[in-house]
Design a protein around this ligand. Structure first.
Ligand code: NAD
Length: 500
């Protein structure tokens, strides 16, 4: 199966056929579902600014019907009670089916969210790995643990919870669908997934494959498309869910957590970030600059755990900044399906205005514009492109404190290890920070001192299956993905005790 970048006119026949549907419907109870309201929304290729799909926009009552389908499937489809080995085999079959269609999924993902094709391929591979990881893990864990206590027979049994809700953002649509659905399904739950309105297509394509190959009982996987304030709010507010998972902005995370709180539905929130890279004076300047520039331009900087505050030891500051600026200037901005492109567009015009707005606000508050950034044009493609930018100055600046979600980094010098740690931790967010040095003892010390869910050494954006990944503070609440703890989150413990 080829995964080289296709040209935009060279879509796979199955992708072209998928996109040609006049209306993309939601997937509810194993069938395609169109909202009786007749409401729709358009999905746009961000690299071209052109509509590529029209999608049904579910209303509250439509979402409620999907949740009912998930509840019914939990109770009656046999999925929850299936022997673990059989359920794991079903997850492996989904992973196999996605793997066989990797190029098609990657084309859809690339077109839909604007990430360059090679990065879309990585996301599809990550989904496959997630399904396989949880399918295998589910076969190894203990579903009944005996507890040795005096004068009692006692044990804890673990069962699936029931219907679980997932609301996800547009930056990693398929990868994040995998992070949510993988553990929940492996544990025997049923799912309702609400993709972002900008990027619903890969989840819908998954449903086509699941339906075509009869990979899951009806109602086990439901995908509800629609607008956040309507369909998203209906998912968040449905009291029949037993678990909710939200990934997105802190602002919407608060709304979802409030709605879940009212219904006492446990909720995991994986939110935004304002990560720091703390770079000491003993690094290889060129290699480190390349990695940080690579990270901030990956998916045009629309990555929650990115390093957006680069704290550089004062002794190498000037040289490091010059190196970063030169490397950023050399990044080839282009259409996401063109093989030579290194950075594609932002996801929509609102996101472009947001990024350009932070450059204006940051400089108005006194930041130096080390590399100007701004609008970028790509010949023949009128999408939402911007150039990478570098700001520098006081870390109280709005551009150093708020999440920009674009290819913009903010630079500041530091003098000592203590100061580097203090500046890195001086933020409301707490997702991922990194430390860069040849002194690995120092790296370990600094990484452990970060007030964040993740501390990385000589790398940034490192998410590995098996290692818990979550945020604290404004970056998350009760969360955690891709680890054994995540599978446990989707199992309901019950203690059973008999006095002897
Ligand atoms: P967003 O919060 O605007 O939207 C996320 C989802 O919430 C979408 O599906 C949207 O339709 C839905 N939504 C919107 N309004 C809603 C409402 N009132 N009720 C319920 N649902 C609603 O976020 P975004 O702009 O799509 O994504 C960017 C944000 O996501 C950034 O802050 C980024 O850092 C964060 N993010 C975090 C992680 C992580 O793992 N921590 C991963 C990816 C993205």
């Amino acid at each position: 199966m080829s995964t080289t970048a296709p040209s935009e006119t060279n879509l796979l026949p199955e992708v072209a056929t998928f996109l040609q549907q006049s209306l993309h419907k939601s997937f509810v109870n194993g069938e395609w579902f169109e909202s009786p309201s007749g409401q729709t929304f358009d999905v746009v290729d961000p690299g071209q600014g052109k509509t590529i799909a029209t999608v049904t926009a579910l209303q509250k009552e439509d979402v409620d019907a999907a949740v009912d389908a998930a509840v019914t499937a939990f109770e009656g489809s046999g999925w929850a009670k299936m022997p673990i080995g059989e359920r794991s085999a079903a997850l492996h079959r989904i992973a196999d089916a996605v793997e066989e269609r990797k190029a098609a999924f990657a084309q859809i993902e690339s077109l839909d969210c604007g990430k360059i094709y090679a990065q879309a391929v990585e996301d599809i591979e990550n989904f496959i790995d997630t399904f396989r990881y949880f399918a295998d893990l589910a076969q190894t864990i203990n579903y009944r643990s005996v507890i040795a206590v005096p004068r009692h027979e006692a044990w804890v049994a673990r069962h699936p919870w029931g219907a679980c809700g997932f609301i996800i953002p547009w930056n990693f649509p398929f990868l994040l669908a995998g992070w949510g659905l993988g553990p929940a399904l492996a544990a025997g739950n049923t799912c309702v997934l609400k993709p972002a309105e900008d990027t619903p297509l890969s989840a819908l394509y998954l449903c086509h494959v699941v339906q075509q190959l009869d990979l899951l009982p009806a109602g086990v996987l439901n995908v509800v498309t629609g607008i956040g304030e309507t369909a998203g709010a209906a998912v968040a507010g449905n009291p029949k869910f037993r678990r909710m998972s939200f990934t997105g902005s802190p602002e919407v995370g608060r709304l979802v957590a409030e709605a879940c709180g009212r219904n006492l539905v446990p909720v995991k929130c994986e939110l935004g970030g304002k990560g720091a890279a703390v770079v000491f004076d003993d690094v290889n300047i060129s290699a480190t600059a390349s990695k940080l520039v690579g990270a901030i331009t990956y998916h045009a900087g629309q990555v929650c755990c990115d390093a957006t505050r680069w704290l550089i030891h004062k002794d190498i500051y000037d040289e490091f900044v010059a190196e970063c600026a030169a490397k950023m200037r050399a990044v080839k901005i282009g259409y996401q399906l063109d093989g030579g492109s290194q950075m594609g567009p932002l996801v929509n015009p609102v996101q472009r205005e947001r990024v350009l707005g932070y450059l204006e606000k940051g400089t108005a508050e006194g930041a130096d514009l080390v590399l100007a950034g701004g609008d970028a044009s790509v010949e023949g493609h009128s999408g939402y492109y911007v150039k990478p930018a570098l700001l520098a100055g006081s870390l109280d600046n709005v551009a150093a404190r708020e999440e920009i979600f674009g290819p913009v980094a903010y630079l500041a010098p530091f003098s000592s290890e203590e100061e580097g740690i203090r500046l890195a931790n001086d933020t409301d967010y707490g997702l991922g920070n990194s430390v860069w040095s040849n002194d690995l003892q120092r790296c370990a010390r600094v990484a452990e001192s970060f007030e964040s869910g993740n501390g990385w050494i000589n790398a940034h954006n490192v998410v590995v299956h098996g290692v818990p990944y979550a945020g604290i503070g404004k970056s998350g609440m009760g969360g955690g993905v891709v680890s054994p703890e995540t599978l446990n989150d989707y199992l309901r413990p019950i203690s059973v005790v008999r006095p002897l």
